[in-house]
Ligand binder design. Structure first.
Ligand code: AMP
Length: 432
């Protein structure tokens, strides 16, 4: 198949218009049929708080589930995870792991009947299973939040509908739509799988028209039976930030200080907060994150990632309906961590203060840190202000998130320097 850029339409500016795309444009994600939100069931609208002593369920067994469980157990809850791996990170901090597939609604309902409330730690939970569970226990955030955010096409349609500025984008379900999308959006652009992508997986950047063939071979050919692809305009951004926020059962929101994020090979490498951005941008990012949680009807914690353009505008990149890697520094640096906040929100308790008590930086520890042998944790911990979090994963593969280091210090620059120094020492200079 030969791809060519159709000359019929001039490329639009590199960001999403605040107005919805033209009616009848089949490539527009806004023209997707969005099923009405699932009707709220009796249990998801329950307003009584779930108090300590009760059992909370967490779907997924990764590090986010482990840190949620640690926060919840400290507060006196019992926590049970559902994961397809018995030796998952959450197994180290939960009371129990149900080793089961999350794909089977019947199994999940049988397991979840004993939960007083349930949440999830990743967004690729089958919505049918989450909906079935929500019929017997409150699932927070609700299945409709999962439905919207687990698919880039639906998420962007939601953002467009609510006039939240995001990157220009088009759904792609065929070679013809790919051609038309490139013609509409222009190059450079990035082709992404609509579902199941993370840490840059399922993404191909297109610099020039000649890259289209390769991108299509990589993603288009295998998309049959999947949620399809999304083509996004490439943003020559100034920086990337993320905002973790919570929304309670009563609709109250609490927003953390935005983190400035640095990626390496598409994987989050370093986060710092405060971001050092002008107060106006910080305030707008916080307002937008809060408004997105409100519009989505989130009860729980979610993270909104933004691109900050060179002219100071904020474009939403993506929404995660759960705590986020960039929010790990809240454990040491804020009055309430993102995980305690998740417990409070999911249980219908008052939200905690998000006040940051110290500048902080977080450095991810990937499997790459084992390149020169077992890391020297003692050397890392000799750096003042540094805390170590390891997730208990056994095989340190390159690119795999094994843990993180957080540094608190008098300034963000000092915190960043300390986190990097600690990681460099731990990895014996393999990761700097
Ligand atoms: P994502 O999984 O969509 O968050 O993408 C991972 C990373 O790839 C982002 O954090 C950005 O650094 C980069 N990226 C993704 N989409 C774009 C885009 N449209 N323009 C520029 N960079 C992007």
């Amino acid at each position: 198949m030969t791809f060519h850029v159709l000359p019929s339409r001039p490329p639009p500016p590199g960001d999403s218009p605040r107005l919805p795309p033209p009616v009848g444009d089949v490539n527009s994600v806004s023209s997707l049929t969005i099923p009405a939100n699932v009707a709220p069931d009796a249990v998801s609208t329950a307003t009584a708080p779930v108090l300590p002593g009760r059992t909370l369920g967490v779907l997924g067994g990764g590090q986010l589930g482990a840190m949620f469980a640690a926060a919840a157990r400290r507060m006196g809850y019992r926590v049970e995870a559902v994961s397809d791996h018995a030796d998952c990170p959450a197994a180290r901090t939960c009371d129990r792991v149900h080793v089961d597939s999350l794909d089977d609604p019947g199994r999940l309902v049988a397991i979840g009947r004993s939960f007083a409330a349930a949440t999830y730690e990743f967004e690729n939970i089958p919505v049918a299973a989450a909906r079935a569970l929500a019929a017997v226990v409150p699932v927070r955030p609700g299945p409709e939040v999962l439905f919207t955010t687990q698919d880039r096409g639906r998420e962007k349609a939601f953002l467009d509908r609510h006039r939240f500025a995001c990157v220009s984008n088009r759904m792609v379900r065929s070679a013809a739509e790919f051609n038309a999308a490139v013609a509409a959006i222009g190059l450079p652009a990035v082709l992404k799988t609509a579902a199941s992508g993370y840490d840059g997986k399922g993404q191909v950047r297109l610099g020039v028209a000649a890259d289209m063939e390769e991108a299509w071979t990589a993603l288009g050919a295998s998309m049959v039976g999947t949620a399809g692809l999304v083509l996004e305009g490439w943003i020559d951004f100034d920086c990337e930030i993320s905002v973790v926020a919570a929304r309670g059962l009563d609709g109250a929101t609490a927003v953390f200080e935005p983190s400035l994020n640095l990626h390496h090979r598409h994987i989050l490498d370093l986060s710092v907060a405060p971001s050092g951005l002008p107060a106006g941008i910080v305030a707008e990012a916080r307002r937008t994150a809060s408004a997105i949680l409100e519009a989505l009807g989130v009860v729980g914690v979610a993270c909104v990632e933004f691109f900050v353009t060179r002219d100071g505008r904020l474009l939403v990149n993506e929404i995660a309906p759960r705590p986020h890697n960039s929010g790990h520094l809240t454990i040491e640096a804020c009055e309430t961590s993102q995980f305690e906040q998740q417990v409070r929100a999911v249980c219908g308790l008052p939200l905690g203060s998000t006040r940051q008590t110290s500048p902080a930086a977080m450095a991810n520890i990937l499997g790459d840190c084992w390149e020169r042998g077992e890391p020297d944790w003692a050397a890392a911990l000799a750096v003042p202000g540094v805390s170590l979090h390891l997730y208990g994963k056994s095989s340190p593969r390159a690119g795999r998130k094994m843990g993180h280091l957080t540094a608190v210090a008098a300034t963000v620059d000092e915190a960043l320097a300390a986190a990097r120094l600690a990681r460099s020492r731990a990895s014996r200079g393999a990761v700097v």
